[in-house]
Design a protein around this ligand. Structure first.
Ligand SMILES: Cc1cc2nc3c(=O)[nH]c(=O)nc-3n(C[C@H](O)[C@H](O)[C@H](O)COP(=O)(O)OP(=O)(O)OC[C@H]3O[C@@H](n4cnc5c(N)ncnc54)[C@H](O)[C@@H]3O)c2cc1C
Ligand code: FES
Ligand code: FES
Length: 1374
């Protein structure tokens, strides 16, 4: 061990490194060149080849990289196991640590760990990219607690995200480890689920609800776990000094082991960065390009880790982790008198929703204080409680009180450069002191605060007279602040109504925000300061009364405002029709078979694109993209980049041997920004008809960018780090041009792509004349980021001969990638092979936009004749690949007194972005779904594609349908509200019936929506629920419940007719094994599993004999993208045809040897020289809609579904809870109920994100501000409805698709609109309390901000919004 004070160079930052010793999965690693800037994740994946641990975000926000660390603590002689994010853990912090990764706990070949087995068999792994991280979170929990409760399981997943499953099956699988066991755990469930509704009739006897049998699971035996490496134990015990030094290219890591040494080093290196958990510094280095040449790691200094109980409170060393602090405080709360622990409880309340467990396990309390973030969740409590901080340097220490003088500015404190924080004392509370803390964030779990606050009041004993008051807020200024003026105004006052009035008006005056403030949400944030005070007021009132002080009683209707949010353990039911008993056990069609890759995904053995080992001479590419939305490029300077280590070359448009023009349908994009003729586009709108004049004005050729994120060039280097650093060093000068960012700006400028689409039926004028009422309204629906857990990646490998190139791509569209790469390289398509093994999620985001990366990488690989790889970072992916189109809908509806809608005139405007991509088809689908499920005699729908300077938007599950239908549901809800009729009655009245025609003249056959509706009403106990909700709402002023039932009808087919085709290739080998290939790609949706089920039935052999290896352009050519929910229909039919051909060829051998086996027939056919390979081809018949004549079939058939949801909103904060959802979905005769229910639940949760949570923020200049899980929130575990029932409609006919099944990928997504309208229902109840009735505008998503602002009351009135146009907002609605 090297001492810190003497080195070869005389300084700690001299050359030379210590050995870093750690263990990975029991194997000893001795690293002599540990790089302080390298994370554990990079080390595992790149240096050790352990690719089971995934990279999803690199910012601690998704949990895909979760591993378990174990450390032997010599002072307690105990082993500590804890889950961490490998993407933030510096490898240098791991000296004498045991790392366990997903590979270390089990494998398919060796033995599965029960955690791996249960998540797979419970259908909790779809694309599988999140699965290793989830497995490791659960594993770490079980290592600490072999008999957890469900609440522990839920807490363990606060830091994990899954975009596919909807979380329910994961929780259900892991419930079997818990003491509750639930209906499916413990003893294992038998022939039914205890949560399932009672079978009501004979008819239901063939319905089942268990999707797995827990009795089949291997038992969990905690004594069989991998042991802590004995050698590591000995090394730890023998360790005398923990002082270490590791030196990298740009930074040195100094790990002192004594306080004196730490202080001396800080004295000598005042600019050194102190790092403990690295959860803040890691983000700065990765995303803010910060370089810290000297890193001081004090995690092992005893004084910084000590916890001391003093007379005044508990003192925590600054390096104590938040998990440790939480455990100590919980213990104190359990043992101390309650009056002493008010502050502790407030800290614990903040910790409950502080990040995820992986972060809390490493993040230090000192790190939170010293980051001095204005939205720190702990600093408000520390400030309100008057905590004492001990600051120390080489010359001594000083104690300061945490108040607003401690923070001197944004992320600045009073600490001198040489000083560090030694400890914090959290005081006991006094007998007459009450403390509360509140955190409000867009999402409950793992989210940063919008406003966070702590409040402490002390009364004169036995009275309600305020003696001391501290109100501390985060999120209201560049630092945590105290509302000092308000506090002083309230001193000496009695805790009553008058004080409340003064407090509110004073807070409204004191807690102001500039209307342009970063983070926006100005009205909401200001209102929260009042609303949260009101919660505190009520809470204290209650506590005073409990102490016998004479204060007014809190009305029973206000009590719910004082309740602390808690998530109830979810319960669920899944119902599907079982296959008839007489069916052969080998016929797997219709059975809940597990996703065939699930086990490999759970063990980390499933190979994703970036898991492919590095080629020997492989290079890495990083993109150079525009930082301006609309600009001419004046110059590009690559000189600085080219001098950086590892850089091989830069790539620009001139390096393209073929064509730079690209795009999935129209070639209106470029691979790299290129010199182009600039033109001016003028248009003019008059009356109802839109007339365009285009005037081309020739300008000198200019290099133009048309969105932030527009690809300008790329840098290729030896490693990812080097390429990314160099890409950032490319200097670009712009001449900015006026951008168009929002739909409203595009409308004002008449900036539209052509054509403008119209669907019209009936006589609109007559319809409006017939109407008793006419309603006009509008709504905006925000966009959505796909957030597939695996970002876009391409690995391009040039071959030696004939310009061939092989590409490994995470794409839904192998053929499109092939053709666009060939076009860019200027070679025929037959030289390019695109291979897709599996994707870590797609959702439409990898349908067309993947090609923009693939072509760039291919051009670079071609230029250098070396393999080149690029996996986008999460922020890059969000910036450059586009998402769901934001929509603006404007409507005029005519309806009768009965509620019957007789006329609809609706216009849709989509924010298309800077290229067409698939936007026309998306818009068309919105129009095809403009009436959702309602029969309207007179309709006109028009669609406009707004050309803006945003990244081109693209396909996303639902493909415009959800936007089209949400507007429809909005007006129908408004119609009901205007008439004062129950919304479900008005909806039911307008529902289609069998044989009716859509506005595009398609007759509805085999119409099952009415059956879905009735079943949903009864399964959800709708009327009973409604009555209970009305009663609840009468009894509660500040929380309201809402209910809505919403139908969906989703057209199945690609609307571009030619895409409705598919091919399959089936080989039978002489040993009887079958290799199946088809045109579809696997992105987690279980397509390959279903295709094997289909082939198994047709060939009459077990699924185990059939294998699918990958999708590739050299096996099945000219494939359509795996999209439009139609892949099982199309590829299933192609597989069926190919298999039927083979069955026919084998028939003679079967007839000849009827008792023989499959293998006998195959080998006999082979010796008889029979071709044992066949391809199948399928095209959907009778399709072809024509917009000009409004004729021809647009869709092959429709999928139907209905959902009923109940929510509860907190009117004071805008938070909401999803209490219950019941879904009835028609998936025809399900090919695989487990996969189909997984699709229903996954789609529903994605829709829930779309309509209630996920918000993309753009600056007025078109810069995307939300570029990662830290700022963009997809639903988490806690967002699933507490009760979730999914029922697949029984006896559902479909004569249009394979084995009478139906498409399921997209249709259920819209059902989450039931949550949106339940929220709207609840808001209506809240508004009624303030005397406001009638329809109101609520845009999507129904975020906490929108909910709170819509619940107008005395608090919102005190915080009116600034006059629009008088300021530049932080973000705009695009
Ligand atoms: C995914 C994620 C979620 C998060 N969620 C939340 C949240 O919900 N609420 C919230 O408030 N924060 C949150 N954070 C922020 C962060 O986790 C906390 O601020 C954490 O407490 C920082 O601790 P650390 O040990 O990791 O700090 P580090 O990154 O190691 O250090 C942070 C800063 O503190 C300084 N520092 C650390 N110790 C000392 C010391 N003893 N003396 C002087 N300076 C010191 C460092 O020099 C550095 O500037 C989140 C972060 C991530 C990545
Ligand atoms: S990759 Fe580490 S948390 Fe997302
Ligand atoms: S299975 Fe969880 S992200 Fe795909």
């Amino acid at each position: 061990m090297r001492g810190m004070n003497v080195t070869e160079t005389g300084s700690e930052t001299g050359s030379g490194s210590d050995e870093l010793i750690f263990f990975v999965n029991g194997k000893k690693i001795v690293e002599r060149n540990a790089d302080p800037e390298m994370t554990l994740l990079t080390y595992l994946r790149r240096k050790l080849g352990l690719t089971g641990t995934k990279l999803g975000c690199a910012e601690g926000g998704c949990g895909a990289c979760t591993v378990m660390l174990s450390r032997y603590q010599t002072h307690t002689q105990q082993l500590l196991h804890f889950a961490v994010n490998a993407c933030l853990a510096p490898v240098c912090s791991l000296h004498l640590v045991a790392v366990t990764t997903v590979e270390g706990i089990g494998s398919v070949a060796r033995k599965l760990h029960p955690v791996q087995e249960r998540i797979a068999r419970a259908h909790g792994s779809q694309c599988g990219f999140c699965t290793p991280g989830i497995v490791m979170s659960m594993y770490a929990l079980l290592r600490n607690n072999a008999t957890p409760k469900m609440a522990d399981v839920e807490e363990a997943f606060h830091g994990n995200l899954c975009r596919c499953t909807g979380y329910r099956p994961i929780l259900e699988g892991f419930k079997t480890f818990t003491v509750e066991g639930g209906c499916c755990g413990g003893e294992g469930r038998k022939n039914g689920c205890c949560m399932a509704s009672e079978k009501s009739s004979e008819e239901d006897a063939d319905e089942a609800s268990p999707l797995f049998n827990a009795a089949d699971f291997a038992p969990f035996d905690p004594t069989q776990e991998v042991i802590f490496p004995p050698e590591l134990m000995s090394l730890t015990k023998a360790q005398k000094s923990a002082s270490l030094r590791f030196r990298g290219d740009r930074a040195v890591w100094l790990q002192p082991d004594s306080l004196d040494e730490f202080l001396r080093l800080k004295w000598e290196h005042p600019d050194a960065r102190v790092v403990v958990g690295n959860t803040e510094v890691g983000i700065e280095v990765k995303f803010k390009n910060m370089v810290y040449p000297v890193i001081l790691a004090p995690a092992f200094i005893p004084e910084l880790n000590t916890v001391t109980h003093t007379e005044g409170g508990i003192v925590f060393g600054a390096a104590c982790t938040l998990s440790h602090m939480g455990a100590v405080l919980k213990q104190a709360v359990a043992t101390l008198p309650p009056h002493q622990t008010e502050v502790f409880l407030a800290v614990l309340e903040q910790l409950r929703w502080f990040a995820g467990l992986q972060i809390r396990n490493v993040a230090a309390v000192g790190g939170n204080i010293m980051t001095a973030s204005p939205i720190s969740d702990l600093n408000p409590v520390f400030m309100a409680a008057g905590c004492k901080l001990t600051l120390i340097d080489k010359d001594g220490s000083r104690v300061v009180q945490m108040d607003d003088a401690f923070f001197t500015g944004y992320r600045r404190t009073i600490l001198r450069p040489q000083e560090v924080l030694l400890s914090i004392e959290i005081p006991y509370s006094k007998k007459t002191q009450f403390v509360s803390a509140f955190k409000q964030s867009p999402r409950r779990e793992d989210d940063i605060s919008t406003v966070t606050t702590a409040m402490s009041v002390t009364f004169t004993p036995q009275t309600d007279i305020v003696e001391d008051l501290r109100l501390s807020y985060g999120g209201m200024a560049p630092t945590t602040v105290l509302a000092k003026k308000t506090a002083s105004r309230l001193l000496g006052r009695r805790w009553g109504e008058e004080l409340l009035q003064v407090a509110c008006s004073s807070l409204a005056e004191e807690m102001t925000l500039d209307p342009s403030v970063p983070g926006g949400m100005v009205t909401y944030r200001r209102t929260l300061t009042l609303s949260l005070f009101y919660k505190f007021y009520l809470t204290v009132l209650q506590k005073l009364r409990e102490q016998g002080v004479n204060v007014e009683e809190v009305g029973s209707d206000c009590l719910s405002a004082t309740e602390i949010y808690h998530q109830e353990t979810p319960s669920s039911v899944q119902v599907y029709q079982v296959v008839p008993k007489e069916r052969s056990q080998e016929d797997m069609v219709g059975r809940p078979m597990m996703h065939l890759s699930a086990l490999k995904q759970a063990t980390g053995e499933a190979v994703y694109c970036d898991d492919i080992p590095l080629y020997e001479n492989e290079l890495y590419l990083a993109l150079v993209t525009s930082t301006k939305a609309h600009a001419n490029i004046l110059s590009i300077d690559t000189s600085a980049a080219e001098c950086l280590p590892g850089v091989v070359c830069c790539v620009f448009a001139d390096d393209i041997p073929g064509s730079n023009a690209t795009g999935p349908i129209e070639y209106d994009e470029t691979v790299f920004a290129h010199h182009q003729v600039c033109f001016l586009f003028l248009s003019d709108q008059s009356g109802d008809s839109v007339r365009f004049m285009t005037m081309l004005m020739m300008f000198p050729s200019c290099l133009q960018v048309t969105c932030v994120g527009h690809i300008i060039g790329a840098v290729v280097a030896d490693t990812q780090l080097h390429a990314q650093r160099a890409a950032k060093a490319v200097r670009i000068q712009y001449e900015e041009l006026q951008p168009i960012i929002t739909i409203q700006e595009a409308i004002a400028a008449q900036s539209f792509y052509q054509p403008i689409r119209t669907i019209e039926m009936g006589d609109l004028e007559a319809g409006f004349k017939q109407a008793d009422h006419i309603l006009e309204g509008e709504m905006h629906i925000g966009g959505q980021e796909h957030f597939y857990l695996e970002t876009n990646i391409t690995l391009a490998v040039p071959q030696e001969e004939d310009g061939e190139m092989e590409l490994f791509v995470s794409t839904q569209s192998a053929t499109k990638t092939q053709s666009l790469v060939a076009k860019a390289l200027g070679v025929p398509a037959n030289r390019v092979v695109v291979r897709v093994k599996r994707m870590g999620g797609g959702f439409g985001g990898k349908e067309s936009r993947t090609t923009i990366l693939s072509t760039v990488v291919a051009v670079a690989a071609n230029k250098l004749k070396r393999p080149v790889r690029c996996m986008l970072d999460r922020d890059e992916d969000m910036l450059i690949t586009g998402g769901r189109h934001p929509f603006y809908g404007k409507y005029k509806v005519g309806f009768l007194n009965s509620g019957k809608v007789v006329a609809l005139d609706v216009s849709y405007y989509s924010n298309t972005g800077n290229s067409m991509d698939l936007s026309l088809s998306v818009l068309e689908r919105a129009l095809f779904h403009m009436e959702n499920s309602y029969s309207i005699a007179n309709v006109r729908g028009r669609g406009f594609l707004c050309r803006t300077n945003l990244t081109s938007n693209t396909a996303f599950r639902g493909f415009g349908g959800p936007q089209g239908m949400l507007v429809a549901e909005n007006w129908i809800a408004d119609v009901a509200q205007i008439l004062g009729r129950p919304a479900e009655e008005v909806r039911r009245l307008n529902l289609y019936v069998e044989g009716e025609s859509t506005p595009y003249n398609q007759i509805l056959h085999q119409f099952t929506l009415d059956r879905c509706w009735d079943e949903c009403l009864s399964r959800s106990r709708y009327q009973e629920r409604r009555a209970a909700i009305d009663l609840y709402n009468r009894k509660n002023r500040w929380t309201k419940r809402g209910l809505a039932i919403v139908p969906t009808k989703f057209g199945i087919s690609f609307t571009a007719v030619f895409l409705n085709q598919a091919g399959a290739l089936v080989h039978i080998y002489t040993d009887g094994s079958v290799l199946l290939t088809h045109g579809g790609t696997e992105m987690g949706q279980g397509l390959h599993t279903k295709m094997i089920q289909v082939a198994s039935r047709v060939l009459g052999i077990p699924c185990s004999k059939i294998h699918i290896s990958e999708t590739s352009t050299n096996t099945v050519p000219n494939t359509s993208a795996t999209a439009a929910s139609a892949s099982s229909d199309l590829n299933g039919a192609a597989v069926q045809k190919a298999c039927e051909i083979l069955v026919k060829r084998l028939e003679p051998y079967k007839t000849k040897n009827p008792k023989g086996s499959w293998e006998d027939w195959v080998i006999a056919a082979y010796f008889d020289r029979v071709n044992l390979s066949a391809n199948g081809f399928y095209k959907t018949p009778d399709l072809g809609y024509d917009f000009d004549t409004n004729s021809g079939r647009a869709f092959n058939y429709f999928s139907y579904g209905v959902a009923c949801s109940e929510v509860e909103i907190d009117c004071l904060t805008g938070a909401h809870k999803n209490l219950s959802t019941t879904i009835v979905m028609d998936v025809g005769h399900s090919l695989n109920p487990a996969i189909d229910i997984g699709q229903v639940e996954g789609a529903f949760m994605q829709g829930l994100g779309l309509f209630t949570l996920e918000e993309l923020h753009y600056s007025p200049q078109g810069v995307l501000l939300t570029r990662g899980p830290g700022s963009y929130k997809i639903p988490a575990f806690g967002d699933i409805p507490t009760q979730l029932t999914v029922s697949l409609l029984r006896d559902a006919p479909n004569d249009k698709a394979i084995f009478a099944s139906k498409a399921v990928g997209e249709p259920p997504l819209f059902l989450a609109a039931s949550v949106f309208f339940a929220i709207k229902d609840a808001i209506s109840a809240a508004r009624a309390e303030s005397g406001i009735s009638g329809p109101f505008r609520l845009d999507s998503p129904a975020s906490a901000e929108r909910i709170r602002n819509a619940c107008s009351d005395q608090f919102t009135k005190l915080c009116p919004p600034a006059e629009p146009g008088t300021f530049t907002p932080w973000s705009v609605q695009v």
